[in-house]
Design a protein. Structure first.
Lengths: 246, 246
DNA sequence: CGTAGTGTTGAGTCAAGTCAATGGTTGTGG
DNA sequence: CCACAACCATTGACTTGACTCAACACTACG
């Protein structure tokens, strides 16, 4: 007897911004799916391959990634439980980037056609999926700004704030911080810095009392100050519901 | 007697990737709209404001932009004739970035509700708009990579290739190049560099015979070499049609 | 012509990168 | 339960790609 449906978090994530009725929620949970437990670094999507299914994070974290010719990796976004990692691919014929697991994770795979059909048949769900995709696009835009125009300290602070705000919106953060399941190399690839410089910058942030580190957990003693250090304004996350879209 | 409908280019842009019937095309052209001629730097969208209409570029160029706390500007994307600059906003309640004209331009403004209604009522058009939005998202992702992990020379070469490829797909490029309506400051803000360094890098690219400059026009004597210099692979532009999405 | 907006060039600086060594943590298997 | 291996984080010394500042040149346009 499942205490919790694997797609519940997806429903919660969609309902955060778009109104969904009880029957909409049921329809999402009724999507055919298989849940798999996968190891860190497992690929959910591979650049160049056609997407035939959509992975939904039930537990664990993932990231989007692209590799340049010289072998440098850029992490393009981070994904938390409840995120569907393939809304960006499901209406396109070929994946233009990779998605990998950051941690061990349980992933619910939904066949592409079933998801496309539901999006087409149900207006509210279709809008919710569209809205979620557009918000992901908004996050990509903010990352362009972060990586293009902010100094190292701001970049890292911004990333930490964003993750905190998103986890918090999903009810997945602790009181003052959260478990950050990333190495400094991964952090660097997310903000366009080398791991060495990430190490130094985190040290500075700690020294200034903006963050408190303990193993891989991050806490913010003063939310206002870290937001300021990261030039973080959460409007781009569109955490309030989109009433007029329903 | 109009020789050409203002929304024709939008139709062409959508039809590039998604199949549209003659009546779909007619339905798009029948959208209510007003065409305005506007000066460079005019705002089409302002961060923080609710989007009540969607601008479509009939002629001229535009860009998305965000300003950091320190006043630095990051250009997030460039838009060419046929692009609708508000697909990213139309289903969200508040704009999270600015859109401005790069050049003098004619813009067709479509009321938000009319566009939303058409997207909801017509499946093929809805899918086409969704696909176009997702491709814009793909371009944002590539920009994160460009600005995060490539050297100055590659960044600029990549941007020039992207614009060339997109203009070419819309039939708006010359044989070997195109008119680049950007100052070096704007170029710099698009790739995360200072105007001084853009000037030096363009000089290098010219010296190596990768580009030929004449006023604001750019030509590529050898497309293969400039692609290579920019680490440019156009898969992310999804220029081939998305057959299975229709 | 004068002026404002661009673009170019040189000289000096600095934030972040590179290279390399050391130290700490975690997990595993003998 | 310990020992080893693999991975990760930290630190120091040095380098460098891009930035800053500043002067000057070009161009378009009234």
């Amino acid at each position: 007897m499942p205490t919790k449906h694997p797609l519940d978090l997806l429903v919660r994530s969609l309902a955060l911004r778009s109104p969904l009725t009880a029957s909409d929620r049921q329809a999402i949970c009724d999507l055919p799916h298989v849940v798999q437990a996968l190891d860190p670094a497992s690929y959910l999507v591979r650049e160049g391959e056609p997407p035939y299914r959509c992975g939904v994070l039930v537990t664990g974290f993932a990231y989007r990634q692209k590799i340049t010719r010289t072998g440098a990796r850029q992490i393009i976004s981070l994904h938390i439980p409840g995120d569907a990692v393939d809304f960006q691919n499901i209406f396109l014929d070929v994946a233009d980037h990779n998605v990998q697991l950051l941690t061990r994770a349980e992933v619910a795979f939904v066949p592409r056609e079933a998801l496309q059909q539901l999006v087409r048949d149900n207006d509210r769900i279709g809008t919710a999926v569209f809205v979620k995709s557009l918000i992901e696009g908004s996050i990509f835009r903010e990352w362009v700004v972060n990586v293009g125009r902010r100094a190292a300290r701001e970049r890292i602070a911004h990333l930490l704030c964003e993750l905190g705000a998103r986890l918090d919106a999903m009810g997945l953060a602790e009181e003052y911080g959260y478990e950050l399941p990333m190495t400094q190399e991964e952090l660097g690839d997310a903000v366009g810095l080398t791991p060495v410089h990430v190490s130094r910058t985190l040290k500075d942030l700690s020294a200034d009392g903006l963050i408190v580190r303990n193993k891989r957990s991050i806490a913010f003693p003063d939310w206002r100050r870290i937001r300021e250090a990261g030039d973080f304004y959460e409007r781009y996350l569109h955490l309030a519901p989109q009433h007029s879209a329903g």
